[in-house]
Design a protein around this ligand. Structure first.
Ligand SMILES: *Cc1c(COP(=O)(O)O)cnc(C)c1O
Length: 396
């Protein structure tokens, strides 16, 4: 059809998102992501970054990035398997493995690239992947890239996981169980101890995506497997430097066999240029800070406990959160959006999470507590919550 317009569908699609208020409106940070940041020209208390420990501003981490540019340049020049494997990458992987108390680690461009590139190679035709219904989108995409049978089990429901394992056990050659460690919308923790034990009894491999648990849970921030003391029963731990570690980049940690297999098979790893020196060295420095300065994780938790306790005593419903991810449940999406806009006017930056990211009646503001926030920042944010909560009749 000569009169076919090749791109008008894009605008139609976009306009329909706008009409439903489902489009993203991008805010602009004019400076670092910090406990008090400048966003769209206004200084606000940051309650929605993933920079839990404020390591993106840590002097050691920033210095490591500057030094690496001096010694190694701005880019790596290639993919890792050809000419882009620098001593900095190898050093980082040794440090990740040591920190995670694992044999080996492999550094990916991102956590997303890790999930997409590795899950897709761990199971295939004739195998089964068992996945929590609320797993992260990058896990869902990784699963979609395989021919394995996909069995979804109910959120954090170990009984339903057992049902799925029995179903898979009948015919699957290999079974892979995949779960987020901490779920990013509710801040609840997967029952990783029970998942590990149950999976072991079926000879299934366990893959935990701990993007929101690294630097937050476990001994010294070693993550959810450490939190439940089941490291030896989890064969694959995926983590990211884009959240608590304050930089960017994903990794998997596990056995030497896992690393050897992953680096020969993951296409997102093999076919994508490696991280620049600045990023790689900053990630190593971030691990160094976690190992040598335990105060950041401690402060994160004392801030979290204070903020949650005060929100609950004001009368807010914080759902089933067990971590610094603290939703304030508001019901319908219009209220959540209005609440977030008013918070911004009052100097607090926290975004609404609405349908389709969560159910229609489960709209909320999602706060992420940060170790860099001072008591005064939290009190200022809580005062705004109280004022707006009353204004919008969410609390009495
Ligand atoms: C953020 C996140 C990812 C993606 O990590 P990036 O390194 O930012 O790509 C993967 N899984 C989960 C559970 C996440 O929350």
């Amino acid at each position: 059809m000569a009169n076919r317009d090749p791109t008008s569908w894009m605008r139609a699609e976009y306009e329909s998102l706008v009409a439903q208020s489902l489009d993203w409106k991008l805010r602009v940070l004019q400076g670092p992501s910090a406990p008090r940041s400048i966003v769209d020209g206004k200084t606000v208390i940051m309650l929605c970054s993933n920079n839990y420990l404020n390591l993106s501003n840590h002097p050691k981490v920033k210095r490591a990035a500057r030094e690496a540019i001096k010694t190694h340049g701005a880019g790596s020049g290639s993919v890792r398997p050809i000419a882009g494997n620098m001593d900095l990458h190898e050093e980082l992987e040794r440090r990740i493995a040591r920190f995670k108390r694992r044999e080996a680690a492999l550094f990916y461009m991102s956590g997303f690239a890790g999930n997409a590139g590795l899950i897709s190679q761990l199971a295939g035709d004739g195998d089964a992947i068992l996945t929590d219904e609320l797993n992260h989108g990058s896990i869902i995409d990784g699963v979609r890239l395989t021919k394995a049978q996909r069995i979804i089990y109910r959120h954090r429901d170990v009984g339903d996981l057992e049902r799925a394992l029995k179903e898979a056990d009948v015919s699957a050659k290999k079974i892979l169980v995949v779960s987020d460690g901490v779920f990013s919308m509710d801040g609840d923790i997967a029952p990783v101890g029970e998942i590990a034990k149950l999976s072991e009894s079926f000879g299934a491999m366990v893959y935990i995506d701990d993007a929101h648990g690294e630097g937050v849970l476990g001994d010294g921030g070693r993550g959810v497997a450490s939190h439940f003391h089941v490291e030896e029963k989890i064969q694959v731990e995926l983590g990211t430097f884009s959240k608590a570690l304050g930089v960017v980049g994903g990794y998997v940690a596990g056995s030497n066999d896992l690393r050897n297999y992953a680096l020969n098979k993951s296409r997102t790893w093999l076919l994508s240029g490696s991280h620049p020196p600045a990023v790689t060295a900053a990630c190593t420095a971030a691990i160094d800070v976690l190992e040598t300065e335990p105060r950041h994780v401690k402060k994160l938790w004392s801030n979290t406990k204070y903020f949650k306790k005060r929100l609950v005593s004001l009368g807010f419903d914080i759902g089933r959160s067990e971590t610094p991810i603290t939703p304030v449940m508001l019901g319908d999406s219009a209220t959540a959006k209005r609440f977030s806009d008013r918070l911004f006017e009052e100097g607090v930056f926290a975004l609404p999470i609405v349908y389709p990211m969560v159910a229609k009646d489960k709209a909320r503001i999602r706060n992420i507590v940060n170790a860099g926030l001072k008591r005064q920042d939290l009190d200022d944010a809580l005062a705004a919550y109280e004022k707006i909560g009353k204004e919008l009749s969410v609390i009495a």
